[in-house]
Design a protein around this ligand. Structure first.
Ligand code: ADP
Ligand code: PHD
Length: 529
C-alpha cells in the first residue's frame, strides 16, 4: 500500500487515547474522523481499544465471548458456534458500514474470518476436554479486542491515516517467568513496570504509524479476569501512558466527565473540571465506576494526568484527574487551586448485603476478629465497609459475592455468635479531599438523611479521611442521593477552580477541523513542562 498522508510526527509528545467498547461500537466515525485527526496536529497519538459493544456492555462482544465459553462446556451444545457466527457477522457488518476502499475491506474481512476460525477452534478444544483453564479463557476473551482493533486500524487507513494494528497477546510469556523478572503469583508493581516497558517498546516500533493497540494485554498470572477484572483496557492504556511518558491519558466515555453525582440519577449534578486521584478512586470503589480502579495508581505514580472526555462531544474539556496542585503551582493565584469548601461528590453503591455478627464471647475479642477475617478470606469475600465494637461487627458486602460462598462463610461465622443477614441495602458515600477539615459535615449528612426519613443501618467514617459512608435501605437510595446532593453540594457553581484559573477564557482545546494555527495551550500544556 502507498504511504498514507497522515501520520505521527516523531518530534511531538505522546497522547494515549483509550476508547471503551460502546464508544467503538456506536461512535467509530467520531473517533476516526474527528478525535484522532484533530489531535495529530499537536501530538503523537496511540489508541487503546476495547471489544465492540453495539448497545450496552452486557450485550457486547466480551459478554458474548463469556456466553460462548459457558456454552462450549455444555455437553453436546452447539450454541457456541452460533455465537461465534453472530460475532463474525456483527464485525463484518460494522466494517462494511465504515470502510469504502475495496482492497482494505477485503483484507480486513479475511483477517476477521481467520480470527473467528481461531476462536471457534479454542471453543471446540474446550468442549472436547470439558474444561476452560484461565489461560484458555484469557485467549478467548482477547479475541474481542483483536476483532475490534482490526476494524479501527483499517477504518483509519481507509481515511488516509497511517494506522497500524498492534496485538499484545504474546507480550507476557508465562513459561519464561524468571527472564521476565516478575512473580507469577503476584501482580505487584514489578509486574506492572515490566508490562509498561514491554507495551511501550512494542508501540515505539510503529515509527510514524498510528498504533491501534488491543486493550487486552495477554495471559496475566492468575488470568486477566480474576486478577484484574473486566475493564482491563483502562489499565492497559495507563501502563502504556507510563511506558511512553505520555503527556496525557485520555479515557473517552459516553459521559462528559466525572460529575458531582451520577447524572442519570441526579439531573442537576455538575461536571467536575478537576478531581484528585484519591477522590476518583473512592468514587470508583463506591459505585461511580467511570474508570477501572487500578488505572489511577499507575499513571499517578508517573504524574501523568488522566482526562475523561465524551466521545459524543469531543470539544468538551472533560474532567482532569490530577494530584493536588503540584508544589511549583502552589503560589500566586493558584494557591487556592483545589479549594472546594464543600464535599466534591456523592455516590451510591446498590445491592449491598450487611452482616451483623454478635460475639458469643467464647473467645477473646482479638480472636473473634481474626476468625471472622479468616472465614471471609477462605471464601474470597471482600468487605466494602466495616464498623466494630468489642463484641459486635457490622460488615457491608458487595453484590458481586457468590451466594454459595457466602452460605459457606456464614456456617463458619455462626460458630462465633449470632449472625443477621440484611439484603437489599445500599452504601451512600460522600467524598471530598477537603472534608477532613470540615467541622460538622458528618452531622449535616446524617441529619439531612434523618429529616428525609432515611434510616441509617451502619456508619463508617475514618477509614479514608476523604469519605464518609453509611448503609441505608436500597429502596431509599435514589432519594438519599438527591437530597444529599442538594443539601451538601452547593447549587451555585463552585468557587473558581484550579481548572478555571488556568484556562481563563481560552477557546476549546481541540477543534473539529484541523486548525490553521496550533490550538490554544490546554491546561496540561500549561501544567506540564
Ligand atoms: N459521578 C459520576 N460521574 C459520571 N458518571 C457517573 C458517575 N456515577 C456514575 N456514573 C455513570 O457511569 C457511566 C460511565 O459512562 P459510560 O461511558 O456510559 O460507561 P461504560 O464505559 O461502562 O459504558 C455513565 O453512564 C454514568 O451515568
Ligand atoms: N472488553 C473488556 C475490556 C474493557 O476494558 O471494556 P470497556 O473499556 O468497554 O470497559 C470488557 O468488556 O470488560
Amino acid at each position: 500500500m502507498a504511504a498514507l498522508p497522515i501520520f505521527n510526527k516523531e518530534c511531538l509528545p505522546w497522547i494515549v487515547q483509550k476508547f471503551g467498547g460502546t464508544s467503538v461500537g456506536k461512535f467509530l466515525e467520531n473517533i476516526t474522523d474527528t478525535i484522532v485527526r484533530s489531535h495529530l496536529e499537536t501530538h503523537r497519538v496511540v489508541l487503546v481499544c476495547s471489544a465492540r459493544s453495539n448497545n450496552i456492555k452486557t450485550e457486547g462482544t466480551t459478554s458474548k465471548l463469556f456466553k460462548a465459553s459457558e456454552e462450549a462446556l455444555k455437553h453436546g451444545s452447539k450454541e457456541y458456534i452460533r455465537i461465534v457466527d453472530e460475532i463474525y457477522e456483527d464485525h463484518v457488518k460494522a466494517s462494511r458500514e465504515i470502510i469504502i476502499k475495496n482492497e482494505i475491506l477485503k483484507e480486513l474481512e479475511n483477517q476477521l474470518f481467520q480470527d473467528c476460525a481461531k476462536l471457534k477452534s479454542f471453543l471446540d478444544a474446550a468442549q472436547l476436554i470439558d474444561e476452560i483453564s484461565p489461560r484458555l479463557q484469557d485467549n478467548i476473551i482477547g479475541i474481542g479486542e483483536t476483532l475490534s482493533c482490526r476494524i479501527i486500524a483499517a477504518a483509519l487507513q481507509d481515511k488516509g491515516i497511517n494506522a497500524e494494528f498492534v496485538k499484545l497477546d504474546k507480550i507476557i510469556n508465562l513459561d519464561n517467568i524468571t527472564e521476565q523478572e516478575f512473580d507469577a503469583n503476584n501482580l505487584n508493581q514489578k509486574f506492572y513496570d515490566f508490562l509498561s516497558k514491554k507495551i511501550a517498546d512494542t508501540v515505539n516500533r510503529c515509527g510514524n504509524r498510528i498504533p491501534v493497540v488491543t486493550g487486552y494485554f495477554g495471559m496475566v498470572p492468575g488470568g486477566i479476569l480474576d486478577s484484574i477484572g473486566r475493564g482491563y483496557t483502562d489499565l492497559c492504556a495507563a501502563l502504556l501512558a507510563v511506558g511512553l511518558k505520555a503527556k496525557e491519558l485520555q479515557i473517552w466515555k459516553e459521559v462528559d466527565g466525572i460529575y458531582t453525582a451520577d447524572p442519570r440519577k441526579v439531573p442537576n449534578a455538575r461536571l467536575l473540571p478537576i478531581i484528585t486521584p484519591e477522590e476518583a478512586a473512592e468514587l470508583t470503589y463506591y459505585g461511580s465506576e467511570v474508570i477501572h480502579p487500578y488505572t489511577m495508581e499507575q499513571v499517578m505514580r508517573s504524574n501523568i494526568p488522566i482526562r475523561i472526555k465524551n466521545v459524543m462531544k469531543p470539544l468538551g474539556e472533560g474532567t482532569i484527574i490530577f494530584p493536588d496542585a503540584p508544589k511549583k503551582y502552589k503560589k500566586g493565584s493558584l494557591k487556592n487551586g483545589y479549594h472546594r469548601r464543600h464535599p466534591t461528590a456523592v455516590t451510591i453503591k446498590n445491592n449491598i448485603i450487611v452482616l451483623n455478627i454478635h460475639s458469643n464471647r467464647k473467645i477473646m475479642s482479638h480472636g473473634f476478629f481474626a476468625k471472622i477475617f479468616a472465614a471471609l478470606d477462605t471464601y474470597g469475600i471482600t468487605v466494602d465497609l466495616i464498623s466494630t465494637s468489642e463484641v459486635h461487627v457490622s460488615m457491608a458486602l458487595g453484590a458481586e459475592i457468590i451466594k454459595k460462598d457466602l452460605q459457606k462463610a456464614l456456617k463458619e461465622l455462626e460458630k462465633l455468635g449470632d449472625v443477621d443477614v440484611l439484603e437489599g441495602m445500599a452504601i451512600l458515600s460522600l467524598v471530598g479531599k477537603k472534608m477532613k477539615n470540615m467541622v460538622g459535615i458528618a452531622g449535616k449528612m446524617f441529619t439531612t438523611l434523618a429529616e428525609a426519613d432515611v434510616n441509617i443501618e451502619m456508619i463508617s467514617q475514618g477509614a479514608s479521611e476523604i469519605n464518609i459512608s453509611c448503609v441505608i435501605d436500597d429502596f431509599n437510595a435514589d432519594k438519599a442521593l438527591k437530597i444529599i446532593h442538594d443539601h451538601l453540594l452547593p447549587q451555585s457553581p463552585p468557587a473558581l477552580s484550579f481548572h478555571d484559573q488556568l484556562l481563563p477564557q481560552s477557546p476549546p482545546t481541540l477543534s473539529l477541523h484541523i486548525p490553521q494555527a496550533p490550538p490554544a495551550l490546554s491546561i496540561l500544556d500549561k501544567l506540564l513542562p
